[in-house]
Write a protein that binds this ligand. Sequence first.
Ligand SMILES: [Zn+2]
Length: 152
Amino acid sequence: MPEGVENRPSAIEGAGLFATRDFRTGERIAPYSGPASSAPVASPDGKVFSLEIRPGLWIDGSGQDNAARHANHSCDPNAELVWDHKEGAGWLTARREILPGQEITFDYGFSLAESLAHPCRCGSPACAGRIIAAPLRAALRRHLRPPGTRRD
Ligand SMILES: [Zn+2]
């Protein structure tokens, strides 16, 4: 486990990743590590650890040595997954100041199709109700809107 974080039960889902110290905006929190592949890898228990880090590059973060694998998705995340081309590694990086005891969350970046199988319980006022990449949330709202209603 990298210094400054711990895994413990989360109100969002299962085990979460929590800060045990302060992180500044832009500071690296923990690597998101695992084998790279050109397609997502399904995990047997249905939990999702395979993330598209950049177009066509997926990291299977399910390994026990990946401390960041328990980090939950949030629709208002305090961290983001940043790919370092030189190192060939992804890092959870603080998007804003994170205080000790706060859960570390990031945007899983799911597609519209993936989102339909993954409800979100992040609890943020901005929650889209599904785990879906931020740029796709408007499309999701249109997709889920009952026929004959208008919210625009
Ligand atoms: Zn949410």
